[in-house]
Write a protein of this length. Structure first.
Ligand code: NAD
Length: 357
């Protein structure tokens, strides 16, 4: 079995962190008996410099003909003043749209040895924390009708939250199925006490729960969920929610985990082809200095193997190797406390590869 992965290394630290992730994927593939064929394509600032286009057609075609896409990061001050169609971020939004990715999965995880990096007290976190937030990505208020009008002489504006049942079902399905592969607990977050779209969301979740009898479904209003995440985050396994609520809750959850260099993400559509990337940006302030933490990208590769390749044993092994690397005291500068020894991007990659068994 051999898989095709398109690599979009991007800008800033992108090439450095993707380089380490490829080494880890190669080791996992050798251990678990499958092959990976990589194809490099350009996106973001480097694509603007080369083709005057942040998302060249060739890149889109290459991504579409792969089993999965791994992205580093895009952007940097060099491209900041360009017109909108040439901005690196335009390439990023474009590839998500081209691949019809409607679900964003963000694990918010605290590894035991990094507990102190979290702004939450140790006793609230417990031994470790592992939450998966599933956010709808292409519907809801960010895409609904909006406008300005004159409200009896007072300038007014409106935005519309709209979801149809098919859109709700497809994102809830990812929520239920993710829960099946984890702790079998799904929390559906809405504002059904106020919003009609949330009442449809909740009704759909209740109906779908019959298809997943092993999953324990509960509902929380978004305001309560925001509180529960900081009071008792250990109660959550998978959270599924709409675009706007997910935008806010996933950022809250990432702050809880304390370090941006550790957070992976996956964007999925209705086929197996997904886009995997760390949640951080291109970190131009440390690019080329061998300081970047490659773990968010390596953990994104674990998600890639789980969701797009169906190689869940390899995915589990990568996550265990990262945990062991941290247990053994390896720290890049962003997660290094006083008195601890800092390693380079490459040394962190070496350490994970050595622990991948
Ligand atoms: P950033 O995430 O790049 O950096 C924020 C801070 O975190 C910086 O101090 C950086 O050094 C640090 N950091 C980030 N990733 C790290 C890692 N792996 N290891 C160690 N430290 C890390 O956000 P920013 O500085 O606001 O943005 C920089 C550029 O990245 C901008 O051009 C922005 O538009 C772009 N950006 C891209 C993406 C993306 O590609 N998905 C996301 C966010 C920002």
């Amino acid at each position: 079995m051999s898989y095709k992965i398109t690599l979009l290394r991007g800008d800033g630290i992108g090439p450095e962190i993707v380089g380490q992730a490829v080494r880890v994927m190669d080791k996992a593939a050798a251990l678990y008996g499958f092959g990976i064929e990589y194809a490099d394509a350009l996106i973001g600032g480097i694509a603007v410099d080369t083709f005057n286009d942040p998302l060249p057609r060739e890149t889109v075609d290459m991504c579409k003909s792969s089993d999965a896409v791994l992205l580093g990061a895009v952007g940097g001050s060099k491209w900041e003043g360009l017109p909108a169609h040439l901005l690196p971020e335009t390439g990023l939004l474009g590839i998500r749209k081209e691949l019809a990715l409607f679900a964003n999965l963000r694990p918010a995880r605290i590894f035991g040895p990094l507990r102190e990096a979290s702004p939450l007290k140790s006793q609230i976190i417990g031994d470790a924390l592992d939450i998966l937030i599933v956010r709808e990505l292409t519907g809801g208020i960010y895409f609904g009708d909006r406008g300005r009008f004159d409200d009896n002489g007072s300038p007014a504006a409106f935005d519309t939250e709209k979801y149809n049942v098919d859109e709700i079902r497809r994102i809830l399905k990812i929520g239920f199925e993710s829960a099946m592969g984890r702790g079998k607990k799904l929390c559906s977050v809405d504002k059904a006490n106020v919003l009609e779209s949330s009442r449809l969301w909740r009704q759909t979740a209740v109906e779908m729960a019959k298809e997943y009898p092993e999953v324990e479904l509960r509902h929380l209003y978004v305001d309560n969920c925001a509180m529960q995440l900081v009071i008792n985050p250990g109660q959550f396994d998978v959270i599924v929610t709409s675009n706007m609520f997910g935008d806010i809750l996933s950022d809250e959850a990432s702050v809880i985990s304390g370090s941006i260099g550790m957070l992976a993400s996956a964007s999925l559509g209705s086929t197996k082809l997904g886009l995997y990337e760390p949640i951080h940006g291109s970190a131009p302030d440390i690019a080329g200095q061998h300081k970047a933490n490659p773990l968010a990208t390596i953990l994104s590769c674990a998600m890639l193997m789980r969701y797009s390749l169906g190689e869940s044993d390899a995915a589990d092994s990568i996550e265990k190797a990262v945990a062991k690397t941290l247990d053994d005291g390896f720290r890049t500068a962003d997660i290094c406390k006083k008195g601890e020894k800092c390693v380079t991007t490459e040394q962190m990659g070496d350490a994970v590869c050595e622990r991948l068994l």
